[in-house]
Design a protein around this ligand. Structure first.
Ligand code: SAM
Length: 427
């Protein structure tokens, strides 16, 4: 996701006597200068200003280069209107003032210095903890607003990704593989926020290492932007619930990494069809199915709809648990505006089940503790869809945030229970 706006910025560079070779776009200390290559058609062609071209006698005279570089933000943050080029001389307090006023900082110094500055800005923002609201729902909305503000302000520290997705900053890691996974093949230079880039690097590490899934006795490798099964309790619920007696295929709706489809295959089901509306999730699920060697049993389909064609003996669905608007693509696995996916699953279930089949809804009651949905509304939605509850299996979350007393949503998180609702047609 990006708003395709260009950012124009300038930098003073000192030419070197020997023309540098073809840049690698990563690694320490690349000098950018008039001898630097720009590919024909590259939207980021540097434009030397007139009258400042170096001469052989004055080859240490800085040259001011003007660049026009496309902005890219996966989370859809708009391109900043004002940009100042900064380096290691920038102090944290001055930087904080500038970003709070809406001036983005394009970092051209040492990479580790940029990370330290981001941490320092984060510490200043952490002091702005919102006051609790009069209701849990108000506290939740204030908390989200504060998180959104934090993301916008921290998103103002920018770096240039070179035309091979590399970083040309001193002491920078090689981020090319991580960026190619998240952004696709490089095409030209782009400006991204350092915060987003750190997320891309973190996702690359998760994808490389994988998340251990005890119910599978294997690892699942999440891709950037795909809901990661780090909260094991809901996966165990699917691993342990009694399978329906009915025979036939199983559907996994909103498969994400493919983890639940894989658990069903691990339990011996031999035909599972998995869907998702996110192209990243579909690619990720296919990757995991292939890694696990279960491609003969799990088919990942781009059905264009929540349900694939046909009927199943078991339909599993773990919709995003909170009925609120996602503010980025990365949040689409967490927030389900108006409970749209939940209701679409319930409304379609009876028509997609074989006789004797079951639908398994995996849902935490966090939304109830936050005052975003009531239990009566949930049960009312079952009734309205012509469904009855066969049974319910509960689990307490084990993730560390449930025990974090400094979390403004601690009371709700501490009370949270994750349930697997076994549903069947009422009639
Ligand atoms: C909470 S995640 C669950 C992922 C995975 N099933 C798991 O349990 O780890 C919800 C998933 O539903 C997908 N999703 C959201 N709305 C959808 C829709 N209308 N149709 C299909 N998939 C959808 C999201 O892309 C996301 O991968």
């Amino acid at each position: 996701m990006s708003d395709h706006t260009d950012i124009t910025w300038t930098e003073d560079v000192r030419p070197t006597r020997t023309r540098p070779g073809r840049r690698s776009g990563h690694g320490p200390g690349r000098a950018t200068g008039p001898g630097d290559d720009s590919l024909p058609g590259d939207p980021d062609t540097p434009t030397p200003e007139p009258d400042t071209s170096p001469t052989p006698e004055s080859d240490t005279t800085p040259t001011t280069l003007t660049h026009t570089t496309p902005w890219h933000s996966e989370s859809g943050l708009p391109a900043p209107r004002r940009v100042r080029v900064v380096d290691d001389r920038m102090k944290a307090d001055a930087a904080y003032r500038l970003v709070c006023e809406g001036t983005a900082l394009l970092w051209r110094g040492d990479y580790q210095g940029a990370r330290q500055l981001l941490t320092a800005l984060g510490r200043r923002l952490d002091r702005l903890t919102p006051k609790p609201g009069a209701t849990p729902a108000e506290t939740f909305h204030r908390h989200r607003q504060a998180r959104g503000h934090r993301a916008r302000v921290l998103g103002m520290l920018l770096v240039v990704l070179e035309d091979d997705h590399g970083l040309a900053l001193r002491r920078a890691p090689d981020v090319r593989a991580a960026c190619t996974e998240a952004y696709g093949p490089p095409r030209h230079r782009t400006i991204v926020s350092l915060r987003e880039l750190l997320g891309v690097i973190g996702a690359h590490e998760w994808r490389r290492k994988g998340v251990p899934i005890p119910a599978l006795d294997a690892r699942i490798h999440p891709h950037y932007g795909v809901f990661s099964p780090v909260r094991g309790e809901y996966v165990d619920l699917v691993g342990d619930a009694p399978l329906p007696a009915a025979r036939g295929a199983a559907f996994d709706l909103g498969t994400g990494t493919g983890v639940l489809a894989a658990v069903l295959a691990h339990r011996g089901l031999d035909r599972i069809v998995a869907t998702d509306s996110s192209p990243r999730a579909l690619a990720c699920a296919r990757d995991n199915v292939e890694r696990l060697g279960i491609g003969d049993r799990v088919e990942v389909v781009d059905s264009g709809d929540l349900y694939p064609a046909g009927r199943a003996a078991l339909v599993v669905c773990n919709p995003p648990w909170l009925p609120a608007r996602p503010t980025s693509t990365v949040e689409q696995g967490v927030y389900d505006p108006g409970s749209a996916m939940l209701l679409a699953f319930l409304d379609g279930l009876a028509d997609h089940l074989e006789p004797g089949g079951e639908g398994w809804l995996i849902l935490s009651d966090l939304a109830e503790h936050l005052g975003l949905r009531t239990r009566d509304e949930l049960v009312g939605a079952f009734d309205a869809a012509g469904l009855r509850v066969v049974d319910r299996h509960d689990a307490k979350p084990r993730h560390p945030r449930a025990a974090d007393t400094t979390d403004p949503l601690h009371a709700a998180r501490a009370a949270e229970v994750t349930s697997l609702w076994r549903l069947a047609p009422a009639g």
